[in-house]
Ligand binder design. Sequence first.
Ligand code: AMP
Length: 143
Amino acid sequence: MSDQAYDSNNIFGKILRGEIPCHRVYEDADTLAFMDVMPQSPGHLLVIPKVPSRNILDADPAVLSKVIPVVQKLARAAKDAFEADGITVIQFNEPASGQTVYHLHFHVIPRYEGQALKPHSGQMENNEVLAANAEKIIGELGN
Ligand code: AMP
């Protein structure tokens, strides 16, 4: 199990409650997907379940079974929208692994042959770029 209990005051909890904005690309009854504000590659997005858990260690398997098909849907859409050669899916659990936000999330990151990822939680992208990238994915989901 997780080392600590879920704290609803985390930044993704605030996004889910509409207390802070996000560049949303997909939402259904169980999940929300939005652009990562510090992308490791153009088109880097995050998929989160609406039901709270700190990470995969304390998540309900029934919730995971709702989230993973959405991760796949967004991975396919991001690959096409950004004409990527591949997609990296990353999911961190607890500080030792690199987790910095304690609401379960899956990173979906377009990848290109021979190109390394930018640093995790590195530089903030500007809002116009994030908005344009979100529109590309939304457009691809509509196809
Ligand atoms: P981690 O918990 O280490 O898997 O990473 C959290 C991710 O959330 C990082 O990639 C951050 O760039 C990203 N992030 C932090 N705050 C926000 C925010 N307000 N909206 C979107 N992404 C965020």
